[in-house]
Design a protein around this ligand. Structure first.
Ligand code: PGA
Length: 251
């Protein structure tokens, strides 16, 4: 019912030439996979040629960020129109690294989310607790607040266009994955919260990715959980062979 979605967040990795070489190889290695949606999130400079190289393939493209204003004096930022014009379908919003290093809050996440939806860009909104919060037993509460505040004033219709990525901060790039059961607990909480805020229909359709040290050797057990509908992958998405293995977890 929910098409699994495996996405690679490249973060600040790969020059434009490296990105082009990578996707040219990737598009051949994943071309037979048709039961999983595959997406890449290259650094901004590489987005235009990556979209060109992936036209007509089964790989979608997005940026790692956007600004909520239409245009103007916002040095270093990307507008929704620029992202759409480049050929992107998706945008990542509120990644924990953006929250941690660049001051993003649930309020800015909300502004970005509204802009993306108004423009027809599909958002992947990232949520997740840090180690201190997890150890204090506050994981659910933190994620709940991130969603309640980050998704303020979103319509039920728009709620169906959003993907959520649950990424416990302590599992990102650390090699420590949440156990499939721990991840499942939060995913199922997110789905019922979505039903409370929007509707059961929206909750049933919502795709929730897990992120945090997903690798070819743990992807199957993670994806086997009822409420895990995909993965947002950093490190293991940077090599063609491991990303292909992740995208092909079903096969
Ligand atoms: P990781 O990153 O797979 O390297 O842990 C995940 C992410 O930040 O999306």
């Amino acid at each position: 019912m929910r098409t699994p979605f495996i996405a690679g967040n490249w973060k600040m990795n790969k020059t434009t030439s490296e990105a082009i070489a990578f996707v040219n190889e990737l598009k051949d290695s994943v071309k037979e996979i048709n039961d999983v949606e595959i997406g890449v999130f290259p650094p901004a400079l590489a987005v235009v040629p990556v979209c060109e190289a992936l036209k007509g393939t089964n790989i979608t493209v997005g940026t790692q960020n956007l600004h909520w204003e239409e245009s103007g004096a916002y040095t270093g930022e990307l507008s929704a129109d620029m992202i759409l014009d480049a050929g992107c379908e998706y945008v990542l919003i509120g990644h924990s690294e953006r929250r941690q290093y660049f001051g993003e809050t649930d309020e800015t996440v909300n502004k970005k989310l509204k802009k993306a939806l108004a423009k027809g860009l599909k958002p992947i909104v990232c949520v997740g607790e840090n180690l201190e919060e997890r150890e204090a037993g506050k994981a659910e509460e933190v994620v709940k607040t991130q969603i309640t505040d980050g998704f303020k004033d979103i319509s039920e219709e728009d709620s169906k266009k959003i993907v959520i990525a649950y990424e416990p901060v302590w599992a990102i790039g650390t090699g420590k994955t949440a156990t499939p059961e721990t991840a499942q607990e939060i995913h199922s909480m997110i789905r019922s919260l979505y039903a409370d805020i929007f509707s059961q229909e929206s909750a049933d359709a919502l795709r929730i990715q897990y992120g945090g040290s997903v690798k070819p050797d743990n992807v199957k057990e993670i994806m086997a959980q009822e409420d895990i509908d995909g993965a947002l992958v950093g490190g293991a998405a940077l090599k063609v062979d491991s990303f292909t293995a992740l995208a092909g977890f079903n096969g």
